[in-house]
Design a protein around this ligand. Sequence first.
Ligand code: SF4
Ligand code: SF4
Length: 117
Amino acid sequence: MACRQCGDCCDPILLRATKCEIRADRSLEGDDFILEHWHRVSKAIAFQKRPILRESHYKGRRYYICDRFDTTTRRCSAHDDRPPICRAFPENLRTEGRPLNLRAFPQCGSNGTTSSR
Ligand code: SF4
Ligand code: SF4
C-alpha cells in the first residue's frame, strides 16, 4: 500500500542496533548515512513523541531521530539520498519471518486500518 507520508517511521526511528554495532559491523547498507544523520534518543523522548511505542517496547529496541527529518512538514528532506532501510520500510519488518506487525504505526499506509490523510 502507498506511503501516506505520516512521518511516524522517522520520528523516532526504531532499530535494534546501536551505533557502535553498526560501525563495527559495516554490513548495513547505507550505514555511512545512518552513522552521520541518525542520533540516539532515550526511551522517554521516544515515548513522548509517540506514546503508543510504550506498549510495544522490548529490551534491545533503540530509538533514533534523523537530522534529515523535517519536523514541521513531517517529511524527509533527503528523499533521493535516504538509505535502503528507509526505502524498505515497512516491508523490511518481514525479514525475520515474522508477520507484518504495524501496531506501533497505526497511521501507516501499509497498516490497512487507517483512512488516507
Ligand atoms: S533519511 Fe529520510 S526517510 Fe530516512 S529516517 Fe531520515 S528523514 Fe526518515
Ligand atoms: S509509517 Fe508508513 S505511511 Fe507513515 S511515513 Fe512511514 S511508511 Fe509512510
